[in-house]
Design a protein around this ligand. Structure first.
Ligand code: AHR
Length: 658
């Protein structure tokens, strides 16, 4: 790792023509020459169900395999019985009568009391339990006679009971019933479990065994993990892209994401394997499934909650081309297109339409105001273009104002990219989705990438990007080097806001005990979550978005790598502030004078926010803000501002224009 950093420093120096003394520059800011409008959608987030992002992540359900639908039906569950009794617990499959939720558990009790016969659920890498928090247990059951009592316990890793309650199942007969009970935890533990002890005699059928904390985001029952969502809300993202990523494509077409299976009552949402379950043998996650308790309604609601435009991505009739590469024949593509049309109706349609009614019945009669959707994720080749054209024709005919986001494949250059870029521009695609998972050098070198892009026609969506410092196992970490290289690149995105109208880092979340892919923006365990240095860079850009780009130059050139310096500037019309972002990616301090041209007067002070660190620095659970923004107020005299940019620093300055 050390060697690599040394190499990178050398590389940065070469790219930036760095000298070895302190550098002084004068940057001219033409505040009276507003250029491109910066779209409210400019900086967004991309939520993908990877690294236990949804189940075991933002979806706050604590019970793993609540409905016994995993490939191994008892995965996550242990049976507690001193002596095994054949047939006492049976997984029953009623697939003919209930295709969406076929399995349930039949427990036959033979005069059992608490402690004789029970189940333990291990949660997703354990259950994070918090002292004083309410826990909501619920279950679906049926029994010929009312006779069953459930003793529910939360336990720590030494099996001490840290919260408990009793639930009597009082209904009998052939129909399924729901029962629920709430109780409080007495201790905080990172890796708790839940016991259910049975008391009674005879058979009882159980399904949808669930435990949620009461302190979810907006206190919604069955809701999302509040700490994780708060980190998103704090970014004030312009859009929320969901639900993937590769899970949209699926390993094969049968494994693709189908939004219609993710809405309506949760017990009717048909579970599928998460393709990250099997994607990386070295990071296998055999217990990774999608229960869809977090489905499209919840994603739309989340976008609304955090003030972001929803950006759903739909399968284009092709499975992941790295996996099965299955394609649906063109003559069988209609149902896929219909899914897209129906999704627009689900999001925006009147409550009297078929899908608008589903949305209303789920509790949201008002439309979600969907304005854009993605067709395909990282699909490529003529097969993609052929299918995309069919989607484009049908969607534009019925909903001409819906913008379509189109894939440019997996890489930001190369033959596949060039082919798609040409075809998409010929098709007049609304947005071309470019992805870049590259080394820090790429991000430094590509700060000028969009300076010469066509100004008319298709716009760019930088849908997935992250600086990868070291692709060897375990090396790809969220270091300050990664984050500062992204900051440098993002100044180039901002400068070209007429071309690049949306951008998002990827992936968003990773569970420390359940990740498949690194680096990631936010890391979590069962109780804590923290933003990486990359997170803070994203947040600073988003919170300091501005509304119009203004020129900032060094020797009549854009500031994009000279002496490892990168800069962008914009005006925020709402607050009448000038916002200047400066990255000093060199190992030397720089004194940069900002000369503000075209302003009458400026305030006597400005707000300066700085991130600065060693390139190898990280945030961790123990030191979550090791690399984080530090705010100060600087005094300003006249129209020249002197910025002391320390080595490896990213600074954001806000100055009020008077
Ligand atoms: O973000 C991880 C993966 O990277 C996404 O699923 C995919 O779109 C890309 O290849």
């Amino acid at each position: 790792m050390k060697q690599r950093i040394a190499f990178l420093l050398m590389a940065i120096t070469i790219f930036g023509k760095q000298t070895f003394s302190q550098q002084n520059h004068t940057l001219i800011v033409k505040a009276n020459q507003p250029g491109a409008a910066i779209q409210p959608t400019m900086w967004g987030v991309f939520f993908e169900d990877i690294n236990l992002g949804a189940d075991g992540g933002i979806y706050a359900e604590l019970v793993k395999n609540r409905s016994f639908e995993f490939f191994k039906p008892m995965m996550g569950w242990a049976v507690n019985r001193k002596k095994f009794v054949e047939g006492e617990m049976l997984v029953i499959n009623r697939s003919e009568e209930n295709t969406r939720n076929p399995r349930f558990l039949r427990v036959t009790m033979n005069n059992v009391s608490k402690g004789d016969l029970g189940l333990t659920n291990e949660g997703f890498r354990g259950m994070g339990i918090k002292k004083g928090v309410r826990y909501d247990f619920s279950i679906m059951y049926r029994q010929p006679q009312a006779h069953t009592k459930l003793h529910i316990e939360l336990i720590d890793s030494s099996k001490n009971v840290i919260g408990d309650t009793v639930l009597s199942l009082t209904a009998s007969g052939d129909n399924w019933h729901k029962a629920a009970v709430s109780f409080h935890a007495r201790e905080t533990v990172m890796k708790g479990k839940m016991n259910i002890w049975f008391e009674g005699n005879g058979a009882v059928d159980l399904d949808m065994i669930s435990l949620f904390p009461g302190d979810t985001w907006k206190n919604r029952p069955g809701g999302m993990r509040a700490d994780m969502i708060q980190l998103l809300a704090d970014m004030k993202p312009g859009f929320l892209r969901f639900p993937g990523g590769c899970i949209v494509e699926g390993f094969d077409l049968s494994n693709r994401y189908r939004w219609k299976n993710t809405v309506g009552p949760i017990e009717e949402r048909q579970l599928i394997m998460n393709r990250w379950n099997i994607e990386f043998p070295h990071r296998a996650a055999p217990d990774y499934f999608q229960t869809f308790g977090l489905g499209f309604f919840e994603y739309f609601q989340l976008a609304e909650d955090i003030g972001a435009e929803p950006l759903p991505i739909l399968n284009c009739g092709m499975a992941c081309q790295f996996n099965s590469a299955e394609v649906v024949p063109m003559q069988a593509l209609d149902p896929y297109i219909q899914d897209a049309l129906d999704l627009i109706e689900f999001a925006n349609g009147d409550v009297n339409t078929k899908w608008g009614k589903v949305r209303a019945e789920m509790g949201h009669p008002a439309p979600f105001n969907l304005k854009m959707m993605g067709i395909g994720n990282e699909n490529w080749g003529p097969q993609y273009i052929e299918r995309l054209k069919a989607f484009q024709t049908a969607i534009k005919e019925k909903y001409p104002s819906i913008k379509l986001i189109c894939s440019s494949g997996t890489d930001p250059n190369g033959e596949r990219f060039d082919y798609l870029n040409g075809e998409l521009r010929r098709m007049n695609a609304d947005f071309i989705d470019e992805h870049y998972y590259r080394k820090p050098e790429f991000f430094f070198q590509n700060a000028r990438r969009y300076d010469n892009y066509p100004r008319n026609g298709s716009k760019i969506f930088g849908g997935e990007y992250a600086s990868h410092v070291d692709k060897t196992a375990g090396g790809n970490r969220n270091t300050w080097l990664a984050a500062i290289s992204e900051a440098a690149f993002m100044t180039g995105l901002e400068r070209n806001a007429d071309v690049v109208q949306m951008a998002s880092y990827a992936p968003l979340f990773a569970h420390i005990d359940g990740w498949q892919w690194a680096p990631d923006l936010i890391w979590v365990n069962n109780l804590q979550s923290y933003g990486t240095p990359d997170y803070h860079v994203q947040k600073l850009f988003s919170l300091n978005k501005g509304s119009k780009v203004v020129p900032i130059t060094l020797n009549n050139d854009v500031v994009a790598g000279q002496d490892s310096l990168y800069a962008s500037a914009c005006i925020d019309a709402a607050t009448n502030e000038l916002i200047i972002k400066v990255v000093n990616a060199s190992d030397k301090p720089q004194v940069n004078t900002l000369q503000l041209d075209g302003v009458k007067r400026i305030a006597a002070t400005g707000k300066l926010t700085v991130m600065q660190s060693e390139l190898t620095a990280l945030n961790t659970f123990d030191s979550p803000t090791n690399v984080a923004p530090v705010e100060s107020t600087i005094a300003i005299k006249g129209k020249k501002i002197q910025l002391n940019n320390s080595p490896y620093s990213f600074s954001v300055l806000r100055v009020k224009l008077e």
